[in-house]
Design a protein around this ligand. Structure first.
Ligand code: NI
Length: 208
């Protein structure tokens, strides 16, 4: 069986076009999807990606780890006490949500992890937490300990010093997300910046 040269040429061109189209599909649409090896739950980051072990110091000066919160859910937020608005607003919403949650609130520990351990000492945090919720736990540590827990929770932060400001007059640019971690220490869900207390209560009830 033999093909005329023009037929062979057409087949070769056709195959080339098909190869280019498949390559483009792979590049543009990631098609077929590349296998990642691990399956992720739909609609959120993988449970294994956010959170993990930490060693920090609470606002009473006691060293704590994630094991101290095992068996209870953690509502965990990263911020700093010198934050002018975002952090106090978020902590207020967290406190209100827990007050509205009823009996289930007892199984939830609200936690603030400072991203400004230089200024947020345990003594300073102790004065700060009582403005928001009687059970709010504030955690600080060495800069390395804070960097470690922030990395595990995928929290970004950076010092921002306005021009002309003094050495201690900096602000912290930081991620503003509240995480709900389950009694097993695993990520359950997150609440984005701007959620109100009622919205948080509704979503918390789905997960507690
Ligand atoms: Ni803030």
């Amino acid at each position: 069986m033999s093909f005329p040269p023009s037929r062979i040429f057409a087949i070769v061109i056709g195959l080339l076009v098909a190869a280019v189209v498949i390559l483009l599909l792979r590049v543009v649409f990631d098609f077929p999807p590349a296998s990642t090896g691990a399956s992720k739950p739909e609609g959120g980051p993988s449970r294994t990606v956010i959170g993990g072990p930490f060693t920090l110091v609470d606002h009473n000066g006691k060293t704590v780890t994630e094991r101290d919160f095992a068996g209870r859910s953690m509502l965990i937020y990263f911020g700093f006490t010198y934050c002018p608005d975002v952090c106090p607003n978020t902590l207020t919403v967290m406190g209100e949500a827990l007050n509205k949650l009823g009996d289930k609130a007892a199984s939830v520990v609200p936690i603030l992890v400072t991203v400004d351990p230089e200024r947020d000492t345990a003594e300073h945090l102790k004065e700060y937490v009582r403005h928001f919720h009687p059970r709010l736990v504030a955690l600080t540590g060495t800069t390395d300990q804070v960097a470690d827990v922030s990395r595990k929770y995928r929290v970004y932060y950076a010092k921002v010093r306005p021009e002309g400001a003094g050495e201690q007059e900096y602000l912290m640019d930081h991620t503003s997300i509240i995480y709900l971690m389950g009694p097993d220490g695993q990520f359950r869900t997150h609440f984005s910046h701007g959620i109100d207390a009622d919205g948080m209560v509704r979503r918390l009830k789905d997960h507690l």
